[in-house]
Design a protein around this ligand. Structure first.
Ligand SMILES: [Zn+2]
Length: 365
């Protein structure tokens, strides 16, 4: 037998196989296709060798924090304090934090990557550094990144649906999901060492939840307890459902395929969300120009900016309000009335502080 050809191993029984073997002759397990092996090789070449998901998550969180801080610092009204300790709400909103009750789907994803200052990101990174490698060792890198994005976003969704008003962001929903996943995996492994890990995860969970409640009741800082608790519950559920691997990797073909599919899904969701955020930011730019020009009585410039903002995001009542206002100011009352009727129809089921009824009545006077 040609030993040179034995360059791969069966994932199930670890027997050496020829590179072109489709089925293992010893345990009859189907093998990965050449395409699947090639894409895995590419992924391995791109990402860090050790704990790639954990490192990529850290890199994104820190790089994003630096980017946001730089943007706040460059803003004429803000300084170092706002950039590092207390980001203003408008900047948090621009950079993807979500507002409870608004339920913008892409914000549930971008909010996981957004942190409110240095203390917030430092706490989450220190905790993730402790928990994430264990999650990654047990569930694999693709599922770890997938769980960060998907479970983090679902915990944001719970916070959006159940929480009182407020602007929310941070990786702690995903962190709590990791703690839940790690605790369940350690419990299932059931060795003396893993049970020790399980107990320390339970201590982390209790500490983080209790810390959140104490801080909330002291009123010094907004802590998203709903995201924490729902993240933990989601992580525990995922821990029972998701396939886990041994030292040699996943032992069945379906487990390898299922776990790997988490990476493209999470990447696509994240990239799409940041694209939506960028477009929303561009629309906000015109909205800001529109408002500023009205305030400074540059009505011609305002007309252009307000019209652009209206075309870019007609799903917001403010786009209508400003565009109606500038048309009324510039004397085009017919167009203002038409927009009023359009807005009234479009937002008929929504409760807004400034109703279309009031604006439209003023125009007909
Ligand atoms: Zn085999």
């Amino acid at each position: 037998m040609d030993i040179q050809k034995r360059s791969k191993y069966c994932h199930r029984c670890q027997a050496g196989l020829t590179p072109d073997a489709h089925v293992c002759p010893y345990c009859h397990e189907k093998q990965l296709t050449a395409f699947e092996n090639a894409t895995a090789d590419i992924a391995r070449a791109i990402f860090p060798k050790i704990f790639p998901a954990t490192r990529v998550i850290f890199f994104i969180l820190i790089a994003y924090f630096i980017l946001v801080s730089a943007d706040i610092l460059l803003h004429p009204s803000y300084g170092l304090k706002e950039a590092l300790l207390a980001p203003p709400n408008e900047m948090s909103y621009r950079w993807g934090a979500h507002v409870r009750g608004q339920f913008v789907w892409w914000r549930l994803i971008t909010a996981n990557f957004y942190h409110f200052g240095l203390l917030h990101i430092a706490f989450n990174i220190v905790a993730l550094k402790y928990v994430s490698p264990y999650v990654e060792r047990t569930y694999g890198s693709a599922q770890t990144f997938g769980a960060f994005v998907v479970l983090g976003s679902l915990s944001m969704a719970c916070s959006n649906l159940l929480g009182s008003s407020g602007i929310v962001g941070g990786a702690s929903g995903a962190l709590m999901a990791f703690i839940g996943m790690a605790a369940v995996a350690a419990h299932r492994e059931h060795t003396a060492l893993s049970l020790e890990i399980r107990n320390s995860m339970i201590r982390w969970a209790i500490f983080t939840v209790a810390f959140g409640f104490i801080i909330s009741f002291s009123g010094s800082m907004g802590i998203d307890n709903i995201a924490h608790i729902s993240g933990l519950i989601l992580g525990i559920l995922a821990g029972f459902v998701l396939p886990t691997q041994a030292m040699a990797g996943f032992d069945r073909l379906w487990k390898i395929r299922l776990s790997r599919s988490a990476l493209p899904i999470a990447l696509a969701l994240s990239i799409a969300s940041f694209v939506f955020m960028t477009f929303a930011g561009m629309s906000q730019k015109h909205q800001t120009e529109c408002i500023a020009n009205i305030q400074h009585k540059n009505f011609a410039a305002a007309a252009t900016a307000c019209e652009q903002a209206y075309h870019e995001d007609p799903s917001q009542t403010i786009s209508y309000h400003n565009f109606i206002l500038i048309n009324a100011i510039n004397g085009d009352r017919d167009r203002a009335r038409k927009l009023c009727a359009e807005g009234k129809q479009r937002f008929r089921n929504r409760k807004e502080p400034l109703s279309f009824e009031t604006i439209c009545q003023d125009l007909n006077r």
